[in-house]
Design a protein around this ligand. Structure first.
Ligand SMILES: *[C@@H]1O[C@H](CO)[C@@H](O)[C@H](O)[C@H]1NC(C)=O
Length: 454
C-alpha cells in the first residue's frame, strides 16, 4: 500500500457523546465454568478479560485485523482494528454498494435492526441533526474517516461470543453497523477487510457496550508485532504490573479517540524545537503523521544526520514520500539501523516520561529494497494540525487505553506472545488460548458444540 491509505480513522463526524444508560440488559450465558476458582478472583467482579489474536502488518498490508465471530450460529468477519473511531461495522447483505466480499461473507440482518428510538442510536448521531420520524424506523448511521473513506448503513444488534480469561463464554447482544454503502478513498484499492472494529472511547463501541452490561472493565489494549500479527485485549488482565509509562488522556467530549500530550520531539537524546504536540493514538492508521511544521523538522533532522553516510534519496520508489537507497538493496531494518538515530516523544508534565521511537518505529523497508520514512506530513493530507501515532510507531509495544482512569500507557513488548499474567491460567483454561492465543480462531468454539454450532 502506498502512502496514507490505511489512515482510516478519526473524527467520524456523526459520532457524539452523551452519557445515557444503555437500554438493553445483559444476557450472559456461562457455557463453561472453571472447576477450580482462581485464588485472587474475589476482589472484584470485573476481573475478567478477553483476548484476540491479530493479523496484519504495517507494510505491505497497512492494517492489523481481528477475526471476530458475530451472530448465531457465528460467522467470522475480519475487521480492521481502529482506536481512532468507536463504531464497529461489517459489510452488509442489504444489498450493498462498496462491499468487497463475496455475498456469503456479508452480514445478513435478520429482523434485528436497532430502532431509531433506541438510546444507542442517539449515541451515534449528533442529536440535533438526527430525525427519528417514527419510533420503529431503523437507526441509520454514517461514519467518515480521515482518509475520506466512509461507511453508511443501519445499526443491528446480534450475539457476539466472547471467551473470557476466567474460562466463561458469554454471548451478549451487541449493536454494530451493517454497512451497505462504503466508499474507499481515491486511488487506493479497496481493502480486503470486512469492516472496522472501533476501539475508541465512544458509547457506541463494543467495549463500552460490554462495560455497560457489567461484563468488563473499560480498558482496551493492543500489541502489534513488527513481525506481523499480535494481540488485542478487552479488560485489564494483561496489563503488566510494572514498566508501563502512563500519561493522562486529553478529554474532549465530542471526540471519540484517544489523545495525549503536549509532547516534545527529542532527536538522538537532544531536545528539538518541536514542542506542544498533541498526539492521537490511532491503530487505524498505518503510518505516523505530524503537522507540517513538526514533519519538516523531522525531515531536516534526519536528512542532516544522513550527510556523509552511504544513503541516497530514492526518488523512484513510490512507496512513501521520502525513501533512501543504499549501495545494495536492503532486506530488513537491521541493515539500516546504524544510519538512523532514535527519536522520542517526551511528555513534559512528568519527568522522564517518554515514548521511544527507535528506527524501527519510524522506518520501513520497501519491496524495492529501499528504506522510507514512515512519518508523514499530516497537514498535506488534510489533517491540519493533528498529529497521529500510527501502527508503525505503536508496533512492538503494549499500548493500553484505560477509560476508567483516563490514561494511556505503553511498554515495550514482544507482541508475538501473550505476556505472563499474574494469575494461573493453566488448569481449566481453554487449550487454544494457552497455545496460540487462538480465541475463536477458525473453528467453532467448544462451547457451541452443545448448542448445535456448525
Ligand atoms: C467470567 O467473566 C465474565 C465476564 O466478566 C462473567 O460474565 C462470568 O460470570 C465470569 N465467570 C465466572 C465463572 O466467574
Amino acid at each position: 500500500m502506498k502512502g496514507i491509505i490505511a489512515l482510516h480513522t478519526l473524527l467520524p463526524f456523526l459520532l457524539f457523546s452523551a452519557i445515557l444508560p444503555l437500554p438493553f440488559s445483559a444476557q450472559p450465558r456461562n457455557a463453561k465454568k472453571p472447576k477450580t476458582p482462581y485464588s485472587d478472583n474475589n476482589h472484584h467482579r470485573l476481573s475478567s478479560s478477553a483476548v484476540f489474536k491479530l493479523q496484519g502488518n504495517v507494510y505491505p498490508l497497512g492494517h492489523y485485523t481481528v477475526s471476530l465471530n458475530i451472530g448465531y450460529p457465528p460467522k467470522l468477519y475480519d475487521l480492521d482494528i481502529d482506536s481512532g473511531s468507536d463504531l464497529t461495522w461489517v459489510q452488509c447483505d442489504a444489498p450493498c454498494k462498496g462491499c468487497t466480499k463475496p455475498r456469503d461473507q456479508l452480514y445478513k440482518p435478520n429482523h434485528n435492526l436497532v430502532q431509531c428510538v433506541d438510546q444507542l442510536c442517539s449515541e451515534v448521531h449528533l442529536s440535533m441533526a438526527y430525525n427519528c420520524p417514527s419510533p420503529d424506523d431503523p437507526c441509520d448511521y454514517e461514519v467518515e474517516y480521515a482518509d475520506h473513506g466512509s461507511s453508511l448503513g443501519v445499526l443491528v444488534r446480534d450475539y457476539i461470543p466472547f471467551q473470557f480469561t476466567n474460562g466463561s463464554v458469554v454471548r451478549p447482544r451487541v449493536a454494530f453497523g451493517c454497512g451497505y454503502d462504503q466508499k474507499y478513498s481515491g486511488s487506493n484499492s479497496p481493502p480486503a477487510t470486512s469492516g472496522v472494529l472501533g476501539l475508541g472511547n465512544g458509547r457506541a463501541s463494543i467495549l463500552s457496550q460490554l462495560h455497560s452490561l457489567g461484563l468488563i472493565r473499560n480498558v482496551v489494549g493492543h500489541c502489534l508485532s513488527a513481525q506481523g500479527g499480535g494481540f488485542l485485549f478487552f479488560g485489564d488482565d494483561f496489563i503488566p504490573s510494572s514498566g508501563i509509562v502512563w500519561t493522562s488522556m486529553l478529554s474532549s467530549s465530542s471526540e471519540k479517540h484517544y489523545s495525549s500530550g503536549p509532547a516534545e520531539l527529542v532527536f538522538n537524546g537532544k531536545a528539538t524545537a518541536v514542542k506542544g504536540l498533541e498526539l492521537i493514538f490511532d491503530s487505524g492508521s498505518s503510518y505516523t503523521y505530524f503537522n507540517s511544521q513538526a514533519y519538516q523538522a523531522v525531515v531536516d533532522l534526519v536528512t542532516k544526520d544522513l550527510k556523509g553516510k552511504q544513503l541516497k534519496r530514492a526518488t523512484d520508489d513510490p512507496s512513501l514520500p521520502i525513501c533512501w537507497k543504499g549501495a545494495k538493496s536492503f532486506e530488513s531494518l537491521s541493515d539500516v539501523k546504524k544510519y538512523f538515530k532514535p527519536l522520542a516523544l517526551s511528555f513534559k508534565k512528568i519527568m522522564n516520561l517518554q515514548m521511544h521511537l527507535p528506527p524501527e518505529s519510524y522506518l520501513i523497508i520497501t519491496k524495492h529494497g529501499n528504506v522510507c520514512l514512515g512519518i508523514l506530513d499530516g497537514t498535506e493530507v488534510g489533517l491540519e494540525n493533528l498529529n497521529i501515532i500510527g501502527d508503525i510507531t505503536l508496533q512492538d509495544k503494549m499500548v493500553i487505553y484505560d477509560n476508567e482512569k483516563q490514561q494511556i500507557g505503553w511498554v515495550s513488548s514482544n507482541c508475538d506472545r501473550l505476556p505472563n499474567v499474574d494469575r494461573d491460567l493453566e488448569g481449566d483454561f481453554p487449550h487454544p488460548y494457552a497455545t496460540n492465543l487462538g480465541i475463536f480462531g477458525d473453528r467453532c468454539p467448544a462451547s457451541y458444540e452443545e448448542t448445535g454450532c456448525e
